[in-house]
Design a protein around this ligand. Structure first.
Ligand SMILES: NC(=O)c1ccc[n+]([C@@H]2O[C@H](COP(=O)([O-])OP(=O)(O)OC[C@H]3O[C@@H](n4cnc5c(N)ncnc54)[C@H](O)[C@@H]3O)[C@@H](O)[C@H]2O)c1
Length: 138
């Protein structure tokens, strides 16, 4: 694979930060995006040069694209479980924003789905590196 082809599921506030690295990396390309609200996805499609026929309101349509290798799941928390399970079932590698899930049971289901589908599943936990998390435990 010479280029990692990514689909964004959820193009709200945090998507702009996720897009930065893909846009600046010649080995990556944002090939499709999805948001239930086109007011969020349309301007980003234009800015990120995503063709209009690759802008969706139903993420299942994005998951059906063979050219998507990886999905960035940037959805509200209550949708993380189902979107992750659906992406794994579609054979997509997954980058998911924190918090991973609403419950530990959900988290276990998501890990199991990724394992079964043999896809890479990463949770974006940037705050794990900030001082309070790294402070000595008492
Ligand atoms: N790591 C961090 O520091 C950090 C910072 C901000 C947000 N986040 C996380 O990122 C995720 C997204 O946060 P945000 O601030 O971008 O939220 P947001 O509300 O701005 O964006 C979420 C987007 O999802 C869309 N959406 C909702 N349901 C959908 C569906 N069924 N299909 C497709 N799109 C749908 C909404 O229209 C919205 O545009 C959350 O998990 C949040 O906790 C992490």
């Amino acid at each position: 694979m010479d280029k990692l082809r990514v689909g964004f599921i959820g193009t709200g506030r945090i998507s702009d930060l996720h897009a930065l690295e893909y846009l600046s990396n010649p080995r990556a390309q944002i090939v499709a995006i999805c948001d239930i609200n086109p007011e969020y996805s349309q301007p980003r499609a234009a800015a990120w040069k995503v063709p209009s026929d690759r802008v969706f309101t139903d993420y299942h349509d994005l998951l059906a694209l063979p050219e998507v290798d990886l999905v960035e799941i940037l959805l509200p928390h209550h949708l993380h479980r189902q979107a992750t399970i659906d992406a794994a079932a579609a054979g997509k590698h997954i980058s998911l924003q924190k918090p991973m899930a609403l419950t530990v049971v959900e988290a276990d289901e998501m890990i199991a789905a990724a394992r079964q589908a043999r896809v890479i599943f990463k949770v974006f936990e940037n705050f794990i590196f900030i001082h309070p998390f790294n402070a000595p435990k008492h």
